[in-house]
Ligand binder design. Sequence first.
Ligand code: ATP
Ligand code: MG
Length: 393
Amino acid sequence: MMVQTFLIKYAEIGIKGKNRYVFEDALVSNIRRAMDRVEGTFAVTKEMGRIYVHAKSEYDEEEAVEALQKVFGISGICPVVIVEDTGIDNLAAEVVRYMGETYPDRNLTFKVNARRADKHYPLDSMELNAVLGEKILEAYPEMKVDVHNPQVSLVVEVRSRIYLYSEIIPGPGGMPVGSGGKAALLLSGGIDSPVAGYMIAKRGVSIDAVYFHAPPYTSERAKQKVADLAKIISAWTGQINLHVINFTDIQMAIYEKCPHDELTIIMRRYMMRIAEEIAKRSGALALVTGESIGQVASQTMQSLACTNAVCTLPVFRPLIAFDKLDIIAVSEKIGTYETSVLPYEDCCTIFVAKHPVTKPVLKSIEKSERHLEGVIEELVQKALETDEVLVIG
Ligand code: ATP
Ligand code: MG
């Protein structure tokens, strides 16, 4: 039996009133975009505060469900059977057929859970539960009623038409991307930053990404790897404008003029400054990184404080308290891990000092950066001007 229609459930907490429309409209358009990538034709409709996906052609159910499971804001995906309201006898026959086809095994406990959005229906919910339950028992004596803890809860929702469903496939939860503004993700080729982007997008935030590369020290393949990671997370985050920034001259200048034990921190401060400029130009309201306390020298509390000091926009670090293993588990779940661990060089690893400071002092970092004055301003301008934007997803 091919599912003709899916009812899309979403969490309604916190989206009452005016926000509800913003939330629902973003969700509908994100579902449409996701279904455009699935083979077949689908209509996504919003009817009386409910969202449905109707199949208009043959399609692969697994592929469709997988696509819907990547749309943030969906809490559940229910395959439904729609019955025209032509009287209780017809409804009972359809309910019996539904139970027989959906549960060919038949050894189960169930309850009927009727709901009337249309109060004009001649039977009330209690009566519907009783009548339909009885018909099911008559047709399939192996099935048993259990009103407290049934294996199958059959929802019969009476609207202008009648909707039958009993299965809720879990959705990804979260908020529809685009309903919560935009942020700029510092995306490297590592494990952490793609996960950070995924997590922020889950809260409804759309994403632009910034990648710093250092040709010829970093290769085209390293850049391609970042584009590949952006492509993987774009299944959740939606389209990503990936800004590729040539960082070589800035990195060289820092290398020549600043103490080597402070290289990483100073470099990261310039990354943040440039990312912030890109964020502002593209209307992003915050920066996002994959940093986690203590993971490396540049992510101690002192280092994070020094890096943060150059930013005026909020910097979100969704992984700040995550252990590496927990981050890896998410990256495996979202499919970025295998790409992240490909061994291409990263611009940070090429100029790293043997003994980087782990407790940098802001005053000292700022003093070192003064050696760059007169040179760095132009290099930053040039890096911003030569920004290459790849549209991903
Ligand atoms: P990741 O696994 O995300 O690469 P990491 O453990 O390698 O993180 P760092 O290299 O210290 O950690 O980077 C910390 C954060 O800074 C990254 O999560 C990312 O947000 C940002 N970042 C680092 N290098 C780059 C880069 N070349 N381009 C863009 N962002 C970067
Ligand atoms: Mg990295």
